[in-house]
Design a protein around this ligand. Structure first.
Ligand SMILES: Nc1ncnc2c1ncn2[C@@H]1O[C@H](COP(=O)(O)OP(=O)(O)OP(=O)(O)O)[C@@H](O)[C@H]1O
Ligand SMILES: [Mg+2]
Length: 240
């Protein structure tokens, strides 16, 4: 299988005037399909900002994001729509389901928008609901489901077009510890089975530790977590 890549090169992002410190200063990082990654960092360090840039939902002040060497900010409208539909799946802290539609219709929607037939989209949605353990809830309204169940519906919806990467921005942030851990189990199981790239932002060190690669956002820059630990260890030695 040819593995897709998602690469940020020299990303900077400021929101305010030039006098305001940029949220992201100089981020260069490369993600490969089939691997799992955590982006850690305290609140306000720019995790969501970075995830939005990687998904091409926002444009950087400088630098570029490439999907398979293609600049995601210079895609045509059609190319960008196709990238968002089928190359990256997005999962947020809240499920953002459409409450007037059934669970199954919510999951089907991106497949229908991508031009899939009703019958094929239904078949895929039913399979995904089985994967996330919600077959029994297919005809229910999202409002009648628990928070954890709704987040699993959002996951099924994010995966229906078989994306190369799943970008999950604090997907367990709103769940209790046990439900959050189950969500991570499910994310990792599907990531391995489908050989997706999983990029998950989190405050939670227990979630991060389950990913193959870990980065920490701090002061607008991204640090390899292994290097951060080595640096902390050397500082401990130096201060003794
Ligand atoms: N659209 C925007 N306009 C202005 N400032 C913004 C915008 N989006 C984010 N910011 C600022 O950028 C900084 C980083 O925000 P971001 O949401 O990326 O942090 P985060 O690490 O995801 O935090 P959290 O863990 O609380 O979700 C914050 O100071 C925030 O106020
Ligand atoms: Mg955030």
């Amino acid at each position: 299988m040819e593995r897709s890549t998602l690469v940020a090169r020299g990303i900077k992002k400021s929101f305010g005037t030039q006098a305001d410190a940029p949220v992201l200063k100089e981020i260069t990082v490369s993600f490969t399909q089939g691997m799992s990654y955590a982006i850690m960092g305290v609140s306000g360090t720019g995790k969501s900002t970075l995830m939005h840039l990687l998904a091409g939902l926002d444009t950087p002040s400088a630098g570029t994001v490439f999907f398979n060497e293609q600049n995601v900010h210079k895609m045509s409208v059609q190319e960008q729509a196709s990238f968002l539909r089928s190359s990256v799946g997005l999962l947020f802290q809240l499920p953002y389901l459409i409450k007037e539609l059934s669970v199954c219709e919510n999951v089907m929607l991106p497949a229908l928008i991508a031009g899939g037939s009703q019958a094929n989209s239904l078949k895929k949605a039913q399979h995904l609901l089985e994967c996330v353990g919600l077959t029994q809830k297919a005809d229910a309204r999202p409002g009648s489901l628990s928070g954890g169940q709704q987040q699993r519906v959002a996951l099924a919806r994010a995966l229906i077009n078989e994306p190369a990467f799943l970008l999950a921005d604090e997907p367990t942030g709103n769940l209790d510890e046990r439900t959050g851990a189950e969500m991570v189990d499910l994310l990792l199981r599907l990531q391995r089975e489908w050989q997706m790239g999983l990029i998950i932002s989190t405050h939670d060190v227990h979630v991060a530790e389950r990913m193959e690669h870990r980065y920490r956002l701090h002061d607008g820059m991204l640090f390899d977590e292994v290097m951060v630990r080595e640096k902390e260890a050397s500082e401990v030695v130096l201060t003794r």
